[in-house]
Design a protein. Structure first.
Length: 285
């Protein structure tokens, strides 16, 4: 049964930012869901009319278009969408990502069988490289309460993107808004905060297609700054020397790549810098 649009079961938030084709890919995958009791909140970022970015679903009554007055990042768009959402469950999808048509149906079915202490249901993903190659990505187990992964090289939540996640609205409200200062790491921060107040259920199959994005030098530097802010937000991890060393290496490598003007993506391998190059690159920046 489809509820009244003012009281949908699920709210899905899509930032209308960037390439119009990427927005359409995400939007069409939502409109093809076998679970139809949802609203799709498309959030414009202030640089263009959001309504111009949803031609494929312009007449679908489940689509709600809101327009922010200023240009913003995905975290701000998600926060704007949450404020307008009416669903008991909330999902997020970024432009260029796509959902399997049964994603919502399977996740809602899981919620119906789980106790209220479970606030998040998530799946594995297909990782799509800029060249179009597909690789299976196993999402991490988030229900063990560990902040770091088993190798202590990164946050456990670093392996879980926001697009495979469906979360109870009540839990999301307890966690608070996305941290807009963290840029691309705002997703990871949100997942960490959710993991501290509820249990996670993992569907061990890919229900989401995540498109890897090439990173420009400016974005690489922005990610390094966000990584430092994340360390500041969770200072307890600084006691782990292996973790700190790996984070420092990530930042060093990112600054070297930005210095060289090398775009990056998860699927791209680049050579290591020569010894001493990092210090010279930082001094020259």
């Amino acid at each position: 049964m489809i509820r009244d649009r003012k009281h949908p079961h699920i709210s899905i938030i899509l930032p209308a930012r960037g390439n119009a084709d990427c927005i359409t890919i995400a939007l069409e995958s939502i409109l093809c869901q076998t679970k139809t009791d949802f609203e799709l909140i498309v959030v414009g970022d202030g640089t263009a009319g959001a309504s111009a970015d949803v031609p494929a679903g312009q007449n679908d009554p489940r689509i709600v278009v809101i327009q922010k007055k200023e240009s913003s990042n995905n975290a701000a768009a998600f926060n704007g969408g949450i404020a307008a959402a009416g669903g008991e469950l909330v999902g997020f999808i970024r432009p260029g990502d796509a959902w399997d048509e049964r994603k919502l149906e399977e996740q809602v079915s899981c919620f119906s069988l789980l106790s209220p202490e479970y606030g998040v249901v998530y799946s594995d993903t297909w990782e799509i490289s800029p060249a179009g190659n597909r690789a299976y990505w196993h999402s991490p187990e988030m229900d063990d309460g560990d902040l770091l992964n088993e190798y202590a090289t990164d946050f456990q939540a670093a392996g879980l993107d926001i697009s495979p996640v469906l979360v109870r609205r009540s839990v999301l409200e307890r966690a608070g808004p996305f941290d807009e200062s963290l840029g691309c790491f705002s997703d990871m921060d949100m997942i960490i905060r959710l993991s501290r107040i509820c249990r996670f259920h993992h569907i061990g199959k890919p229900l989401c297609h995540r498109r890897s994005r090439m990173n420009s030098p400016d974005r690489i530097i922005g990610k390094s700054i966000a990584r430092l802010l994340l360390l500041q937000k969770y200072p307890e991890v600084l006691h782990n020397q292996l973790f700190v060393a790996h984070q420092a290496d990530q930042i060093r490598r990112a600054l070297w790549m930005a210095r060289e003007g090398i775009p990056s993506s998860p699927a791209r391998n680049t050579p290591e810098p020569e010894p001493g190059y990092y210090r010279k690159a930082v001094l020259d920046l």
